[in-house]
Design a protein around this ligand. Structure first.
Ligand code: HEC
Ligand code: HEC
Ligand code: HEC
Ligand code: HEC
Ligand code: HEC
Length: 237
């Protein structure tokens, strides 16, 4: 121990100004005569701050293009009007497939004519109902074409709640802006809300890892997607 300390002393005594700096850092004492560290730390902090702002604020803004839905839709309002809850618009067809986003058929029963004075309803009735044109909804949870997803397996089979994967869209007053990742073409609901890949809620992200994570928990298996039972064909066409 003591020989090591002696060595350090010796070096710093022999050396030039730089080694004096090393000793002051090692001993934790600040050298009042040495003002060079202040600006360096300041520049480091400014640089760090700039990269953090670019990484967390500017990059995500550039990465995602924002698209608006054809018109706004109020889930909370409609849940008070319909008789059959969510299933009035999102239901299973007789062949077991899921209807997904509703078509005009689910709306014209009430919107043959204007129901109120909302400008969104005017757009809906004049542009779509009157022309018998389906609404081109943007689907937040849209998976790439190579992925097979079955609502029946999860809702009828595993009795899962819509919020587990979609969050609280069904209780919302407004449709949120659709954000599309410019590089991958994925919606932000699939690619992840958080740029670092962190997730707070089960519905923050829906990538392959997220499907696999829940399947492992649900089935008690500790394997990844690569195992025999969880073959790629389960989710890929
Ligand atoms: C009166 C019809 C209607 C009812 C009732 C309704 N929805 Fe919707 N829902 C819509 C329309 C229209 C959209 C817009 C489609 C889009 O672009 O997402 C939508 C979209 C959604 C989406 C987003 C799908 C996606 O990824 O884009 C979810 C999730 C959803 N509804 C869940 C629910 C739940 C849960 C309930 C019941 C609490 C419910 N909805 C009741 C009409 C309805
Ligand atoms: C059970 C009847 C009923 C059905 C079915 C229904 N609506 Fe409505 N809708 C209403 C009523 C009532 C209002 C409220 C009008 C007001 O007070 O402004 C409304 C309001 C609206 C508005 C304006 C408010 C808002 O949500 O932003 C839009 C847009 C709309 N509906 C679209 C749709 C679409 C699209 C569908 C089919 C997926 C649909 N509605 C199905 C009854 C219905
Ligand atoms: C296990 C997760 C999960 C659950 C639970 C779930 N969804 Fe989905 N949902 C998805 C995925 C993934 C997609 C995208 C499917 C695709 O692109 O092939 C989707 C798509 C949708 C769409 C858009 C379909 C389209 O393309 O038109 C609607 C609407 C929807 N879900 C509503 C619901 C409702 C309502 C419930 C509850 C009854 C529900 N989902 C439960 C994962 C889930
Ligand atoms: C929160 C949990 C959860 C999430 C997230 C989830 N699943 Fe599932 N999934 C289940 C459960 C539970 C079952 C039913 C397991 C069974 O029947 O053995 C299931 C079954 C399935 C099946 C039917 C499997 C079979 O053998 O018939 C497919 C396909 C599937 N999931 C695809 C997906 C895809 C794709 C995703 C991601 C987009 C996904 N799942 C996300 C829980 C989940
Ligand atoms: C539990 C369901 C599930 C299983 C099992 C699964 N995948 Fe996937 N895979 C997905 C989903 C969902 C996506 C789209 C989201 C993403 O890119 O993470 C995807 C995306 C991919 C992609 C990228 C395709 C693209 O267009 O972005 C490749 C490559 C892929 N999977 C390969 C595999 C291989 C190889 C296996 C078998 C070892 C496998 N997957 C098993 C759900 C699954």
């Amino acid at each position: 121990m003591s020989t090591q300390e002696d060595n350090v002393k010796e070096v710093s005594e022999d050396g030039a100004e730089e080694s004096a700096e090393t000793t002051s850092v090692q001993t934790g004492k600040t050298d009042p005569g040495n003002g060079a560290e202040g600006p360096i730390i300041l520049f480091f902090l400014i640089g760090l701050l700039i990269s953090l702002i670019i990484g967390w604020v500017i990059f995500p803004k550039l990465l995602y293009s924002h698209k608006k839905q054809p018109f706004d839709f109020n889930h909370a309002l409609h849940m008070e009007e319909v008789d059959n809850g969510c299933e009035s618009c999102h239901f299973f067809r007789e062949d077991g497939s899921f209807s997904g986003a509703p078509g005009l058929a689910q709306c014209i029963y009430c919107h043959d004519d204007l129901q109120g004075v909302s400008p969104d309803e005017v757009v809906f009735v004049e542009n779509y109902v009157a022309n018998n044109r389906e609404v081109p909804w943007l689907i937040y949870s849209k998976q790439p074409d190579c992925v097979f997803f079955s609502h029946a397996a999860h809702i009828k089979g595993a009795h899962m709640d819509c919020t587990v994967c979609h969050g609280y869209i069904g209780e919302s007053d407004h449709l949120k802006v659709y954000e599309e990742n410019r590089i991958t073409g994925y919606s932000r609901d699939i690619w992840g809300k958080n740029i670092a890949g962190l997730k707070k809620n089960s519905w923050d992200r829906m990538k392959m890892d997220d499907c696999a994570e829940c399947h492992m928990e649900a089935t008690g298996r500790t394997s990844s997607v690569q195992t025999k039972k969880d073959g790629c064909f389960v989710c890929h066409k």
